[in-house]
Design a protein around this ligand. Structure first.
Ligand code: NAP
Length: 313
């Protein structure tokens, strides 16, 4: 049996849906029963309540589990939460942990979550349990956050200059998580995952203009201006600082600017293009439908009201 953590979040819920689509039973770890209602109704998904920060809740969730797909929020306690799960999995005799990380994890990264993912990856590799690392690029779904501003004034303001980014569709990450968690030969492997094209923000705007049906213009703003807009939109200062770090990293180019789709080729999968993703999500970009998720749950839990404006983590 496979345990999927973070099952109520953007990536975890996509992984659960992929198991359902494939008709493969899975167990979903959920800390908030109210959020689990949609999952309990799905056949083939066994929902267990547990908190990654509370070891006592993890032993029952890990009973009979061979493989864990480890996902949790990019929040202040991410390292503690994921390392607690790793310890509990080792104690429970789990065979392998497939960790959803991020692209460019580095203990000296200027981006806090780049450092956090590096810490967890190192901890996992030394823990005495099998491991597989999935390192996705920026998610295409983060562009949902721009929809309100794009629709209001036809602009898409980012402090990204002419940088190219190769965002990946979360649905593709879920397919890769499914394949590497259920298939053989993926232990002790690290998979970098990007989308199939590295696009400038102007090119992203061309796609979005065609989907929205009106011109969307990229405006290259200063990082300081972007930070101010994030704060004005209700993003907590700590996370506005994180996004500021990330934008500065991306502005200078980096791993997310390069296309790396080897994992798709190895697994016989086809990466979704940004245009395909945008067409599938047309209702969200046109403002007629709510996205499944706008901001990571760690941010929502920060007890602030967060509206559109800004993309990043
Ligand atoms: N956004 C990007 O562009 C991007 C790109 C590459 C990698 N990543 C990485 O991908 C990962 C997943 O991101 P996401 O956007 O899918 O996150 P998300 O939507 O915030 O989902 C996180 C999930 O983790 C759960 N969780 C958090 N703390 C928990 C705890 N203590 N116990 C049990 N469950 C807990 C949340 O539960 P609740 O619903 O109860 O809060 C939620 O289900 C992150 O590590 C992020 O760094 C993100």
């Amino acid at each position: 049996m496979i345990l999927i953590t973070g099952a109520t979040g953007l990536t975890g819920s996509a992984v659960v849906r992929e198991f359902v689509r494939r008709g493969r039973p899975a167990r979903a770890l959920v800390r908030n029963p109210d959020k689990a209602r949609a999952l309990t109704a799905v056949s083939g998904v066994e929902v267990v309540q547990g908190d990654l920060l509370v070891p006592d809740t993890l032993a029952p969730a890990l009973e009979g589990i061979d493989t864990v797909v480890l996902i949790s929020s990019a929040d202040n306690r991410m390292v503690e939460a994921q390392c607690t799960l790793i310890d509990a999995a080792v104690a429970a005799g789990v065979g392998r942990i497939v960790k959803v990380s991020g692209l460019g994890p580095d203990l000296s990264s200027p981006f806090r979550f780049g450092r956090y993912h590096a810490q967890v990856e190192q901890y996992l590799q030394a823990a005495g349990v099998g491991w597989t690392l999935l390192r996705p690029s920026q998610f295409m779904q983060t562009y949902y956050r721009e929809a309100p501003t794009m629709l209001a004034d036809g602009t898409f303001a980012q402090p990204l200059g002419d940088t190219r980014l190769a965002p990946v569709d979360v649905q593709d990450v879920a397919e890769i998580a499914y394949a590497t968690a259920t298939g053989d030969g993926h232990a002790s492997k690290t998979f970098e995952i990007t989308g199939p094209q590295a696009l400038t923000m102007t090119e992203i705007c061309e796609v979005l203009s065609s989907v929205v049906g009106k011109p969307i213009r990229y405006v290259d703003i200063a990082p300081e201006e972007k930070r101010k807009r994030l704060l004005d939109a209700g993003i907590p200062p700590r996370f506005a600082d994180d996004l500021d770090d990330l934008f500065r990293l991306r502005r200078n180019g980096g791993p997310e600017s390069r296309v790396d789709i080897k994992v798709f080729e190895q697994l016989g999968l086809r990466p979704t293009s940004f245009a395909e993703f945008a067409e599938r999500s047309a209702a969200v970009f046109q403002g007629t439908s709510e996205p499944e998720q706008l901001w990571a749950s760690g941010w929502q839990n920060a007890d602030v009201s967060v509206q559109g404006s800004g993309s990043g983590v």
